[in-house]
Design a protein around this ligand. Sequence first.
Ligand code: NAD
Length: 490
Amino acid sequence: MNISLIEQLTSAGRLDRIFIDGEWVLPAGQGRASIIDPSTEQPVAQIALGSAQDVAAAVEAARRAFATWSVSSPQSRAALLDRVHSLILERAELFAQAISLEMGAAIGFARSTQVPVAAEHIRVARDIVGSYPFLTHRGDTAIAREAIGVCGLITPWNWPLYQITAKVGPALAAGCTVVLKPSELSPLSALLFAEVMHDAGVPAGVFNLVNGEGPEVGAALASHPDVDMISITGSTRAGVLVAQAAAATVKRVAQELGGKSPNVILPDADLARAVPGGVAAAFRNVGQSCSAPTRMIVPRERLAEVERIACEAASALVVGDPRSPQTTHGPVANRAQFNRVQEMIGAGIAEGARLVCGGPGRPQGLERGFYVRPTIFSGVDPQMRIAQEEIFGPVLSIIAYDSVDEAVEIANDTVYGLGAHVQGQDLAAARAVAARIRSGQVHINYPAWNPHAPFGGYKRSGNGREYGLEGLQEYLETKAILGFGQEQPA
Ligand code: NAD
């Protein structure tokens, strides 16, 4: 299937092209990037990379299309999103294969999670836009919420389709036109997404895709004078560079960046549920989630029990070939990520954290591919690198506390503030702790995912919010029209 996916994209000429103004065109840029299968470390295809010149053409097309798309009816925008949603679901298997190949997600996980949750962002945008109050009144002043303009959307490789839909859905719903620059490391799902947009009948110029590298295509988008807003999901490092490049043209910048999310296990928590749930959440998507709760903060007197249960949970994971339906965890997505995770496991050992399971190197029997051993450290000091820095791999740090106040202090003691979890049976106590944690989301006792819940960061995890109503509002300007409601003179 992987081979046929590449053959299909090749024979359609997609790998050589980008999507501008409703057409698949050859980029002006001459660059090429290899797509490496992380399970074999072998290249499987090459894609053409765009350049600043391609960004300029895409922005121009988006600017032209903005004139009509921004004043189209919300119902017609909802109708387009409805078709996009249906097509993603119809082509779900193709998307799952693409994601599994480009970033190593286990095929079962890609099918059950990566693709369906991505489709949800389109559905939610469709559902919200039809009834959104684009015009409200305050006295005789009308408050109009208008599309902000041309938006540059820059996305990462870890949840490749999901990050795209979380931006494209609400941006289009708001009446904006977009230029998408997906991660150069995960372009296959993005190319399939552009096909969906085309087949759903997106008007020319409303959606454009320029593949390319961050410092070239991403930077060109961020600094382009005719781009009104830039939304980036990626590392804090890239988010800062984008904000700097955007500053001279005073465009709005929305940043969804890194995290080091805490999971506070309160003294009354049911460990049999709280600990395996925490391991699963930390290692989901092989730990490559910005909001992964990678710091488990536990009562000191229950440390030994927590370690035992956590290890049991980690050893139940099936790490291996992402194509096998039995696999729960494939490799990490690329060599840089593999090296980073290995380095951080080494740092944990060097700083004196106690390895309770996993460790350096590949899992036994997996000599090739970017496979990592699910690794748990205990006795972690909150100031160690493994407790402070985002690792973006299956590495969990268990940190002990002596009082709930101290647990909250540790939870808040990083530069990040994206996700957080609290576990406890006394809900009033859990809510009180949730209120004291400085982050954009807090989950109490592993609730079901809610695609309407706003998502975004405090502190250096970013600014702005995605998903649901807040996600749509990100792409709107506010205009006050004073005197709107005055009486018409007779
Ligand atoms: P990355 O920062 O390397 O790249 C993200 C995107 O930014 C890519 O498209 C890349 O090409 C682009 N980019 C890089 N340098 C750029 C520059 N100078 N100018 C413009 N664009 C540039 O991140 P990644 O490795 O793809 O993804 C992992 C990171 O993303 C992690 O830090 C993770 O926490 C973060 N992330 C955050 C969220 C969130 O919602 N907060 C979600 C997923 C991932």
